[in-house]
Design a protein around this ligand. Structure first.
Ligand code: SF4
Length: 216
């Protein structure tokens, strides 16, 4: 089941608190996540669209560079469910990143959280969830938030677990209003149109956007 407040929607639901409630019934399936996850499970992207195959290849190359640098990869190339509900306050909510690598450089642990085309805020939420999930047994010196884009070098934001705990406290605070509006008609009073509407599953039915269009 999809999270009510998914990591990939964090830029939207922090900017437009009512959007999570509006989206709940019309949430689009994240094709990128599905395709990449399944492609990696097969260790091959054969049969998939060319653009996805390139991104999968980039992710696998990144893992291979860790090995060449002398690191021991502890995890397999998987997209495990990450417990974002502990951060957003949504009971039991999990969300998968596209790829998680945990590498051991002579006893110094580093974690790479990789998503295709994700924002910095999405990656930070996945990264903190990874620290919560695996940090008890593995104390990470650094967590790299990596956004892969086709034909471009990856964007990488390096964070310490301490950085992520501070960010997580802000996310918990921002998530409180969208969660309180779940299933409430009052959500319609908390719709805030903006650039974040581009990725909103409720855009076609959103009264705030329709009103804006009528005024043009
Ligand atoms: S379309 Fe925009 S204003 Fe409407 S719910 Fe979505 S994010 Fe909010």
């Amino acid at each position: 089941m999809s999270a009510f407040l998914p990591a990939r929607g964090i830029d939207r639901w922090t900017a437009c608190p009512g959007s999570a409630a509006l989206c709940e019934s019309v949430r689009a399936h994240d094709l990128n996540n599905w395709v990449l996850h399944n492609a990696l499970r097969r260790d091959s992207a054969d049969g998939y669209d060319d653009s996805v195959r390139v991104l999968v290849r980039d992710c696998v190359d990144r893992a291979q560079r860790h090995v060449q640098a002398g690191a021991v990869i502890r995890s397999r190339l998987v997209a495990p469910p990450l417990p974002i509900g502990q951060i957003t306050g949504e009971d039991g909510a999990c969300d998968a990143c596209d790829l998680l690598l945990i590498a051991d450089y002579a006893g110094v642990l580093q974690c790479d959280v990789i998503d295709v085309g994700a924002s910095e805020a999405t990656l930070e939420l996945h990264a903190l969830a990874a620290v919560l999930q695996f940090g008890l047994l593995s104390e990470f010196a650094q967590v790299n938030c990596v956004s892969m884009m086709q034909g471009q070098p990856p964007s990488i934001w390096a964070r310490t677990p301490a950085d992520l705990y501070v960010i997580g406290a802000r996310v918990t605070q921002a998530a409180a209003l969208p969660l309180a509006l779940r299933g409430e008609t009052g959500a319609l009073s908390h719709l805030t149109p903006g650039a974040h509407c581009e990725s909103c599953a409720a855009r076609a039915k959103c009264p705030a956007v329709q009103i804006g269009a009528d005024l043009v």
